[in-house]
Write a protein that binds this ligand. Structure first.
Ligand SMILES: C[S@@+](CC[C@H](N)C(=O)[O-])C[C@H]1O[C@@H](n2cnc3c(N)ncnc32)[C@H](O)[C@@H]1O
Length: 367
C-alpha cells in the first residue's frame, strides 16, 4: 500500500472529531462541507517541541493537513533566514471544534474572528452563519491576501480586514460572538466594547506563569465580562502580546537543597493560581528524564531554577523559589483545584482571576 493510501482522509478526521463529541450535528455538516486542505498553502511546517520542520512531498503534506495536528503556515513573520518560529498556522482541528462549540453560535448571529490566518475558521463560520455575518481581521497583509484568495476560491466572502485585532473594527456594530485564534496575555477591554451585552468571547490566554488556557467570557450590560477557563490551549500569541520568555537575571546564584519537585507545578490549575498570586513572574519548563526543569524570573531580576531531584538555584533580590513553594502550599490547602474551577473577570481596570467565586478575585502575594 502506498503512503498516499495510508494517509488519513478529511472525512475520517471529521468522523474522529464527531466520535470525540466535539461536533454537534450542525457543526459536523459544516466541517464536512469545508475541507481544511483548501486553506493550507503548499509550504508548510510541522511543529515539534523545539522547532518547525518543513514538510516535504505531497503525501506528507496531505497526511499532516488531514490529521488532528496544527499545520504551521508561516515562520518568522514571513522573513527569510529567521530562527524558525511559527507565526501563523491552521490550528489543531480538535481545538477549532472545541472553540467553535464554546462559542455557542446561533442562526442569525454575527461573529468576529481575530487572526484570519489561513481563512479556514472564517470559512467554517461563513458556512455556518452566512458570509455577511462573519468578520475576520488579520494583522499580516500577506497572510490576509492569501486567506482572501482561498476563501473566494472556496466560494466564501466574509468581511475581511487587515489590521491589529486588538483595536476595535472601525464602524462595526457590536457582534454577538468574538473568537480570538491567537493567544492573548490579557483580554483588551476595547474588544469587549465590540461585543453586545449578553454576547460571548472565546479566547486562548497565555499568561506569564506558564499557562495556555481557553477562557469563555459572557459580556455583561456594564461592558465588563466574566467567565470560566475551559481547558488548555496552546496558541501563538497576538503580535502585540509577544513577550520574551524570561527576564534578565541579576546577581550571583545561591544554591539550596532540592525541595518541591518542579514537575508537580505543571498543572494548568496551579499555573492559573500562581499567575494570580505572583503577577509578573514568568515560568518556563522543559521535560527531563527525571521529570521537569523549570526557570522562573521576575522583572526585579529575581530568578530561580531547579529540576526534579536537583538542588535549587536562586538569583537576585528575595528568594523566588521559596515564594513559589509557599504559593504551592496555599494551592494544596485549597484542595489543588482544577483549571475549570478558575474564572476571569475583565473590566476597564484590568483583568482578575478568581477561584469558584467571581466576587472574590485572587490577589497578589505582594501589595
Ligand atoms: C493560529 S493563527 C490563526 C488560525 C486561523 N484562525 C485559521 O483558521 O487558519 C494566528 C493568526 O493570528 C494572527 N495575528 C497575530 N496577532 C494579530 C493581531 N494583533 N490582529 C490580528 N491578527 C493577528 C497571526 O498573524 C496568525 O495568522
Amino acid at each position: 500500500m502506498s503512503t498516499a493510501q495510508q494517509a488519513p482522509t478529511y472525512p475520517a478526521l471529521v468522523q474522529a472529531l464527531a466520535d470525540r463529541g466535539l461536533l454537534d450535528a450542525r457543526w459536523r455538516q459544516v466541517f464536512e462541507a469545508v475541507p481544511r486542505s483548501r486553506f493550507v498553502p503548499a509550504d508548510i511546517w510541522r511543529q515539534s517541541p523545539d522547532r518547525c520542520e518543513p514538510v516535504v512531498g505531497a503525501d506528507a503534506w496531505l497526511a499532516l493537513v488531514n490529521s488532528d495536528e496544527p499545520v504551521v503556515t508561516q515562520i518568522d513573520d514571513g522573513a527569510e533566514h529567521g530562527p524558525g518560529v511559527a507565526t501563523s498556522s491552521s490550528s489543531m482541528p480538535s481545538m477549532v471544534a472545541r472553540m467553535l462549540g464554546l462559542l455557542g453560535v446561533e442562526d442569525g448571529q454575527r461573529v468576529m474572528e481575530i487572526g484570519t490566518g489561513t481563512g479556514y475558521v472564517a470559512a467554517l463560520l461563513s458556512e455556518r452563519l452566512g458570509d455577511d455575518r462573519v468578520h475576520s481581521v488579520e494583522v499580516d497583509p500577506a497572510l490576509a491576501r492569501r486567506a482572501a484568495e482561498a476563501l473566494a476560491r472556496a466560494g466564501y466572502r466574509p468581511h475581511l480586514r487587515v489590521g491589529d485585532g486588538e483595536q476595535p473594527w472601525p464602524g462595526l456594530a457590536p457582534v454577538d460572538r468574538l473568537i480570538a485564534t491567537c493567544a492573548l496575555r490579557h483580554v483588551p477591554y476595547a474588544l469587549l466594547r465590540q461585543v453586545r451585552p449578553g454576547g460571548i468571547v472565546v479566547a486562548p490566554l497565555a499568561r506569564a506563569f506558564w499557562s495556555g488556557a481557553l477562557v469563555r467570557l459572557h459580556v455583561q450590560g456594564d461592558a465588563t465580562a466574566t467567565g470560566t477557563f475551559c481547558g488548555g490551549a496552546s496558541y501563538m500569541p497576538m503580535r502585540s502580546h509577544r513577550a520574551a520568555d524570561l527576564h534578565e537575571v541579576r546577581g550571583k546564584g545561591r544554591a539550596r537543597a532540592a525541595g518541591l519537585d518542579p514537575a508537580r507545578l505543571l498543572t494548568l490549575g496551579f499555573a492559573l493560581y500562581a499567575g494570580a498570586r505572583l503577577p509578573g513572574v514568568r515560568l518556563v519548563h522543559q521535560a527531563t528524564g527525571a521529570g521537569a526543569r523549570v526557570w522562573a524570573t521576575r522583572e526585579d531580576g529575581a530568578a530561580a531554577t531547579t529540576a526534579s531531584g536537583e538542588e535549587v538555584w536562586q538569583y537576585g533580590p528575595g528568594l523566588l523559589w521559596e515564594e513559589i513553594e509557599q504559593v504551592w502550599q496555599e494551592y494544596e490547602r485549597l484542595g489543588r483545584p482544577d483549571a475549570d474551577q478558575f474564572g476571569l473577570t475583565v473590566t476597564d481596570r484590568g483583568q482578575r482571576v478568581w477561584l469558584r467565586d467571581q466576587g472574590a478575585p485572587i490577589g497578589p502575594t505582594r501589595p
